[in-house]
Design a binder for this molecule. Structure first.
Ligand code: SAM
Length: 268
């Protein structure tokens, strides 16, 4: 995957993308990340990237010319081909008003060859960028950040770990929270306890007893089926408690639905 990030703060990305899986993905050639300084595409002495909004109002707006000029240098396929998926390229405008970025969108982006991220700043970006330059607007959540840089870093990290070969054990990224469809791993307690749309089950490691807090007995039995059932139930409990909205789309057996009904019943 090639990622191009367009920003007025190129140094921001020195940190976040230089650790762990994103770093390894770049070192092994799985991911190639290039950061473009928007100010290099300005033509005035002050390297101006923003201007006042037409119609008045608060703040400044990122001008369209440097953004269009910057993307002109990238040799991208025509927008129409990108939008209908004739080419595996996409131009993403980071925006609080965008479509919500989810694990499903991360998987879609991971199948592309090239993604361009446009980071907004100030009050936002001239709307012609959303209308004619970007293929989609993505938001990382219902809150407002000061710029698109954090959002771009979040998306690059989430996408990079889905690239085949990026994570040592590929099955692990297919069984995590929010992942649709369980991947059955041959043998072991992990088989069939993949997320299926639920939150992940709780994880424990050594020591088995720590400051009076014990690891649940079920995990120490060595009985794969018992462990699988325990994990599945804890994932159901956690999803009901923290993200009940996910249960609607989750693939659940009759027994699991019954278990949830019992959990939801107030204690008498
Ligand atoms: N006036 C805009 C609004 O009310 O929606 C907010 C602009 S914000 C201060 C500046 C930039 O931060 C945006 O152009 C966008 O690139 C980025 N940004 C802010 N919140 C974001 C979010 N939740 N997801 C992705 N990008 C975000």
């Amino acid at each position: 995957m090639k990622a191009d990030i367009v920003t007025i703060f190129p140094d921001f990305f020195r940190g976040p993308l230089d650790y762990g899986i994103t770093r390894r993905a770049q070192e092994t050639g799985l991911a190639e990340i290039r950061v473009h300084d928007l100010r290099e595409f300005t033509h005035d002495r002050h390297r101006t990237v923003d201007d006042r909004p037409f119609g008045g109002g608060e703040g400044m707006v990122l001008k369209p010319e440097p953004l269009f000029d910057c993307l002109d240098t990238m040799d991208l396929a025509p927008r129409d081909d990108r939008v209908v998926g004739r080419v595996r390229e996409s131009v993403v405008l980071l925006s609080a008003q965008g479509q919500r970025f989810t694990q499903k969108v991360a998987a879609e982006l991971a199948s592309l060859e090239r993604i361009v991220f446009i980071c907004g700043r100030y009050e936002g970006v001239d709307e012609r960028v959303a209308d004619y330059l970007a293929d989609r607007e993505l938001s990382i959540g219902d809150y407002v950040l000061s710029g698109g840089e954090m959002a771009a870093a979040v998306i690059v990290e989430a996408v990079a770990r889905l690239l085949p070969g990026a994570v040592g054990n590929e099955a692990s990224t297919q069984q995590e929270s929010f992942t649709a469809g369980a991947v059955k791993v041959a043998g072991g307690a992990d088989s069939t306890c993949g997320s299926n749309g639920l939150l992940d089950y709780p994880h424990y490691t050594r020591p088995a007893e720590f400051r009076g807090m014990a690891v649940p007995n079920e995990l120490l039995t060595g009985n794969h089926e018992e462990i699988r059932q325990w994990r599945r139930r804890r994932a159901l409990e956690k999803t009901l408690r923290n993200r009940p909205d996910l249960l609607e789309g989750a693939e659940l057996s009759k027994e699991e639905r019954k278990f949830l009904e019992e959990l939801a019943q107030p204690e008498s």
